[in-house]
Design a protein around this ligand. Structure first.
Ligand code: ARG
Length: 570
């Protein structure tokens, strides 16, 4: 890894002066972020990291002084061409030609694995991760929260796979419950077999809306209850109707997810765990964890004092299970089936309590692996509407973003030269959606705006796609450069160096995202890379083509991690 060889070299210098093993120092040496203000140093070493309790005992002034003293004791060598002291840091500048040569060679060599092969990840053990995401409810709305879960879960899965972990992607459908009682009855009156086959999601939703209106009367309510009861009793005919609804819905989902570049290894759902939930209730009872309330419901006491001040209801008074009971069964089943090291659930933050309760009950049941379960939550998005109005189907969002993007492209007259404008518009539009969503912390809420998302300038996915397409076409026009004949001396202007310095940081950025599972680090990295490249486009010659190739390679890898398919024209 390019940055790695430099970090090692700096660490070995420091180790002699400080009399500390280089391994302990490497983690405190980081590539300096390229900010708007150009900087000269490439790496910095933080003094605070070698002083224990530095924050409490050491005054900032002391840190400055120590940085100065340390800098004075270090010498430049064939790798490091400049050493200076900053506020609490010692700054290192790498020999300019070596910087260019090493970075370019490394990107060339590692290709799409550049960054992930870094020694920063060498101590991270390879793991098996189950990632559950998207999880819409059949016959109900696919709301923006499901869209967010889909793209966030996909990002986490992509990142884990890129880092060499084994990943199982699960879609846990809302495919059981009273809604199927209503749907079964509704289909008898309002259903249409043709429509069910051609567009199941839309048709089932329509039937569900219609029957809900009709369900005011007691007769319909009773019929729905009967239908659902038959379903719970596994009446063959009833079950086959339910299965048809489910199968056709999944088929359509698979097709739509494909437009997003998303796939799942497993479609499971609440229906799977309906019966297993009874076994869970039995286990809870055997372990003495199930308590009956006066109303006859079953609860698990989650309070510290065991005074029922915090409880989780796991059983209705008629003995049937609830959402959380099915989740308990699902978690245990996934452990048995996959022996995972970590399990991640991706939903909006309104379900945080639910997952906290889930993990606590598992722990009380004696499953220590509950500590390795994680809920990745995200904030609410307001104001996403399509021309048809409120978002009901995932497909509506995809069609809307595609048609808006196509319109923008047509108005700037770029579509003529593009081979497949519709597909390009879709990919660029999706990039816009993803970047708008990933720019901030996942936990923050935001106000959705089509105009802001689809802007071609500024921090948008359109800008990333544009940069990628531009780099691609420069390579097309000027021919592919060969790394061997590059004269790196030609890459010494400040703008080219900024790009190189930035490429140097990619592993650290991936590392951060892998630690906190926030895509925003990668997003801002790619946006900065694109901004740094903007200036360099003015001058094109051989050495720059190599730089462009390297930059495009990193840009493409990062975009793919985020779930974006880079376009080559737009
Ligand atoms: N289907 C649920 C919903 O739409 C999300 C499922 C989340 N996952 C889970 N294991 N409970 O709200």
């Amino acid at each position: 890894m390019a940055a790695g060889s430099f970090r090692r070299s700096i660490a070995s210098q420091l180790s002699k002066v400080l009399d500390l093993p280089p391994e302990n120092l490497i983690k405190s040496i980081s590539a300096v972020p390229v900010s708007k203000k150009r900087h000269v140093a490439d790496f910095q070493f933080s003094i605070a990291s070698i002083i224990e309790n530095s924050s409490s005992d050491c005054l900032t002034q002391d840190l400055h002084l120590q940085a100065q003293q340390l800098a004075e004791r270090l010498k430049c060598d064939s790798v490091v061409s400049g050493i200076s002291a900053g506020p609490g840091t010692v700054n290192f500048t790498i020999n300019r030609e070596l910087l260019a040569k090493t970075v370019l060679q490394q990107v060339w060599k590692d290709g799409s694995e550049y960054g992930v092969k870094s020694e920063l990840f060498s101590t991270v053990p390879r793991q098996k991760a189950v990632i559950e995401f998207s999880s819409p409810n059949i016959a109900k709305k696919f709301h923006i929260g499901h869209l967010r879960s889909t793209i966030v879960g996909n990002f986490i899965a992509n990142l884990k796979v890129a880092l060499g972990h084994e990943v199982v992607r699960i879609n846990y459908l809302g495919d059981w419950g009273m809604q199927f009682g209503l749907l079964g009855v509704g289909f008898q009156s309002f259903g249409n077999k043709e429509k069910l086959k051609s567009s199941p999601l839309q048709h089932l939703f329509e039937v569900y809306v219609q029957i809900n209106k009709a369900a005011e009367d007691e007769n319909t309510k009773q019929l729905a209850k009967d239908f659902f009861r038959k379903l719970e009793e596994h009446d063959e005919q009833t079950l086959s109707i339910w299965k048809q609804f489910r199968d056709l819905s999944i088929e359509e989902y698979i097709r739509i997810y494909e437009r997003l570049g998303v796939h799942f290894d497993e479609y499971s759902g609440e229906s799977f765990y309906q019966e297993r939930a009874q076994e869970v209730l039995k286990m809870l009872e055997d372990k003495g964890l199930l308590q009956k309330t006066i109303k006859g419901t079953g609860v698990v006491d989650l309070s510290e004092q065991k005074d029922l001040s915090t409880v989780s209801t796991v059983m209705r008074s008629d003995g049937t299970s609830l959402y959380i009971t099915r989740d308990l069964a699902a978690a245990i089943d996934r452990m048995n089936k996959h022996s995972w090291d970590t399990m991640i659930y991706v939903t909006d933050k309104s379900q945080s309590n639910h997952f906290q309760h889930l993990f606590r009950i598992l722990k009380l049941m004696g499953y220590d692996w509950a500590e390795r379960c994680q809920h990745v939550s995200f904030g609410l998005v307001q104001g996403m509407k399509t021309r048809r109005g409120e978002v009901i189907f995932l497909e509506d969002v995809l069609n809307e973003v595609r048609s808006r993007m196509l319109q923008n492209m047509t108005s700037t007259k770029t579509t003529k030269e593009i081979q497949d404008p519709v597909e390009t518009a879709e990919k660029v539009g999706l990039a816009a959606l993803i970047i708008q969503d990933f720019r901030g912390l996942l936990s923050s809420d935001y106000q959705f705006s089509w105009d802001r998302a689809l802007q071609s300038r500024g921090d948008t996915g359109v800008f990333l796609q544009y940069t990628h397409a531009r780099l691609h076409s420069l390579e097309q026009v000027h021919g592919n450069a060969e790394l061997t004949d590059v004269n790196v001396a030609c890459l010494q202007e400040p703008d080219a160096i900024s790009v190189l310095q930035h490429l140097l940081r990619y592993d650290e950025v991936l590392y951060r995202s892998s630690q906190d599972l926030q895509p925003k680090h990668i997003v801002s990295y790619l946006l900065t890379l694109s901004t740094a490249l903007k200036i360099t486009f003015f001058l094109v010659f051989q050495a720059r083509l190599c730089l462009f190739h390297a930059a495009r390679s990193v840009l493409a890898s990062g975009m793919k991690l985020l779930g974006i398919t880079p376009v080559t024209q737009m």
